[in-house]
Design a protein around this ligand. Structure first.
Ligand SMILES: Cc1cc2nc3c(=O)[nH]c(=O)nc-3n(C[C@H](O)[C@H](O)[C@H](O)COP(=O)(O)OP(=O)(O)OC[C@H]3O[C@@H](n4cnc5c(N)ncnc54)[C@H](O)[C@@H]3O)c2cc1C
Length: 391
């Protein structure tokens, strides 16, 4: 009779990262850039980016109503358009351009903000509805919106090239990526987090980083860290071939918050997103045919000639939001050694270079010159009284 036992092989490292999505991979890369190469990334799945990071729309859209996200997207976009020499053989961004549609009162607000966004470096032009419709060969209903933003430097991110750049750069500097390695518990002793336990192995670490995407809340609960209520919201994408006579290959991406859809095209056809946001448990969601059909119905009111007769492949993933919609980056206020890199919502690919770098700087030298970190730290979710007394 053979008896299987759990071997407690003890390893040590400086930084242990839970999750090899885009967030964990970017952090490993920027840590090695900061001179920290004793890094282990553990991932439950057999490959990197199996969950949200492998299911995104891969778009770079540097316009957001939240000023913190706006700034993070612009900083991320700068890196993605011009990564450091040797990062990737291929360009990371295809600058197809993005058209975003607006209705009042948001259109007037954008009009008032446009000059300062341009002064910060955003390539932003405001278009009349007629001019926006021209960019889509007149097929877009110009009566359905009040104005549009043209983001010339936006477009599509090659997520595979980005992820490979992060992982191969980190590996070349000594970081280790382990797949099929699920964290089952966290080691906490003397009031600090000191490592993790995976199947067959414990790994001691100076820092444990929670980059677990939709499972970030679960990992924090296992550690006894500050409870932050994340919400994981499903989003679907469906692909289709354009109807006969319609050739969207030279069109920019079209994004409409008021009509709740966006689409982009590539050589194989159109990617359509109905901007659904059903809250779900962390897991492996399936696309929802009803949500996609409702989105196509909204598309038909604004862009009737693009509505397909049949759909191709579709998929779904989870976008995970913190209570204020801003990512959470920093050491836990109540559990030293436990570090958050979570809650990237719908922009974790675009913002991965800036969040990865800010987190790496905080871990390696306690501060970051790149971003005002108080906007990101988990301390903002402590009850006000605790924050005031500093307890
Ligand atoms: C349909 C859709 C469209 C999107 N479009 C865009 C877009 O256009 N642009 C953009 O920037 N962003 C977009 N996003 C958002 C983006 O995909 C996410 O913000 C980003 O991928 C989050 O990355 P992550 O590394 O935090 O999470 P994930 O990629 O989910 O990675 C977390 C990893 O942690 C692992 N893990 C969890 N628990 C454990 C454990 N106990 N032990 C070991 N490993 C564990 C998981 O297996 C997972 O691989 C989109 C998302 C969706 C779903």
């Amino acid at each position: 009779m053979s008896v299987q036992t759990r071997r407690a092989v003890k390893r040590e490292c400086e930084v242990l990262i839970i999750g090899s999505g885009i967030a964990g991979a970017a952090l490993a890369y920027f840590l090695t850039e900061c001179g920290v190469d004793d890094v282990i990334v553990v991932e439950r799945e057999a490959q990197a980016a199996y969950h949200a990071s492998g299911r995104s729309a891969a778009s770079l859209v540097e316009l957001d109503i939240n000023p913190v996200i706006q700034r993070l997207k612009m900083l991320g976009g700068n890196f993605l358009r011009d990564p450091q020499h040797g990062f990737s053989e291929y360009p990371i961004v295809d600058r197809a351009g993005v058209v975003m549609l607006f209705q009042q009162p948001r259109w007037s607000e954008l009009d008032a903000e446009a000059e300062s966004l341009r002064a910060e470096g955003l390539a932003l032009e405001l278009l009349t509805p007629a001019r926006a419709a021209e960019l889509f060969e007149g097929r877009l209903d110009a009566g359905a919106f009040d104005g549009a933003a043209w983001l010339e430097d936006g477009g599509y991110i090659d997520v595979h090239a980005l992820l490979s750049g992060y992982i191969s750069g980190a590996r070349a500097a000594g970081a280790e990526f382990r797949y099929n390695s699920e964290v089952e518990s966290l080691l906490c002793s003397g009031g600090r987090c000191s490592g993790v336990s995976c199947v067959g192995e414990t790994i001691a670490a100076r820092w444990v980083v929670n980059a677990a995407g939709a499972w970030a809340g679960e990992i924090a609960a296992m550690a006894g860290a500050t409870p932050i209520r994340f919400s994981a919201k499903r989003r679907c994408i469906a692909t289709f071939r354009p109807p006969p006579g319609v050739d969207p290959r030279r069109w920019p991406m079209l994004w409409s918050d008021p009509h709740r859809f966006y689409f982009r095209s590539d050589s194989s056809g159109v990617w359509f997103c109905p901007m659904d946001e059903e809250e779900m448990e962390a897991g492996d969601p399936h696309p929802d045919d009803l949500a996609i059909a409702a989105g196509l119905d909204r598309l038909s009111r604004v862009f009737p000639s693009l509505v397909p007769r049949t759909l191709g492949r579709s998929w779904a993933g989870l976008r995970t939001f913190s209570p204020d919609g801003v990512p959470v980056v920093g050491e836990d206020p109540g559990l030293p050694g436990f570090f958050w890199l979570a809650g990237q919502g719908g922009c974790g690919i675009e913002t991965s270079p800036v969040l990865g770098r800010v987190a790496a700087e905080l871990l390696s030298c306690g501060e970051s010159s790149l971003f005002e970190t108080s906007r990101l730290r988990p301390h903002r979710f402590l009850p006000t009284r605790t924050r005031l007394t500093g307890a």
